[in-house]
Design a protein around this ligand. Structure first.
Ligand code: BG6
Ligand code: MG
Length: 215
């Protein structure tokens, strides 16, 4: 294993539990359109952009719509989602995140955020997390959705590190692929049956220690 100079964190489902709010809002939309949307279906939406998520959801429901109608629905979902995240508090930072960040900083590791979300800054502000990150790359700064490596490559560049010096933390299959496509090592957060491609899988950041980063 080579030197580690930076850790890049996905936001939704890794640092904060917003994956549940995304799911609630998508499920509400599916129900309104007349079909059910299971947690299993939702797995495919994790890490991917809003419009790509909607495309997958409509495919599950067997519904074809014009781009104009799709934009209306994506906006509707986002408004519900914004209602949920607008009420977030710092208590919703996932267990272990702050102590792991503190430990990483004490070892001189730079911290980056690599999220597909266009709502990342609202969430970081509501949860007092903004100050932790040396670079923030979100859905407003990227053109290509995970599994494309763009978000993490931009993160490495902003942190002035090589991809081989970065470790990514991800809860989504698409995100793990994006990290590997970027030439980075990756820690999966969640179920090893889903995140098997990661170099290491843990249940949450509360299980992380600096010493475990010998991937
Ligand atoms: C990712 C989530 O972080 O952001 C996806 O895992 C979501 O579920 C994507 O679709 C885009 O988020 P937003 O907030 O821009 O709709
Ligand atoms: Mg995520």
């Amino acid at each position: 294993m080579g030197t580690i100079r930076a850790c890049i964190f996905d936001l939704d489902g890794v640092v904060v539990d917003t994956a549940k709010y995304h799911y609630l809002a998508w499920k509400r939309l599916a129900n309104e359109l007349g079909f059910d949307f299971s947690e299993e279906h939702n797995e495919k939406l994790k890490g991917v952009s809003r419009m790509e998520s909607l495309r997958i959801l409509l495919e599950v429901g067997g519904i074809a719509l014009s781009m104009q109608d799709q934009l209306v629905l994506a906006d509707k979902k986002n408004n519900w989602y914004k209602e949920y995240i607008g009420k977030m508090t710092p208590e919703e930072v996932l267990p272990g995140a702050i102590s792991f960040f503190t430990e990483l900083k004490s070892h001189g590791i730079k911290l980056g955020l690599g999220s597909a979300s266009k709502n990342a800054s609202t969430i970081l502000e509501r949860t007092n997390l903004m100050e932790w990150f040396d670079a923030i790359i979100d859905g407003n700064k990227t053109q290509k959705a995970k599994p494309d490596p763009e978000v993490f490559l931009l993160g490495a560049k902003a942190l002035d590190t090589k991809p081989s010096e970065c470790i990514v933390f991800e809860d989504a299959e698409a995100g793990i692929e994006a990290a590997l496509n970027a030439g980075m090592r990756c820690v999966g957060i969640g179920d090893p049956r889903i995140l098997g491609k990661a170099n290491l899988v843990v249940a949450g950041l509360h299980e992380m220690k600096f010493e475990k980063l010998t991937l």
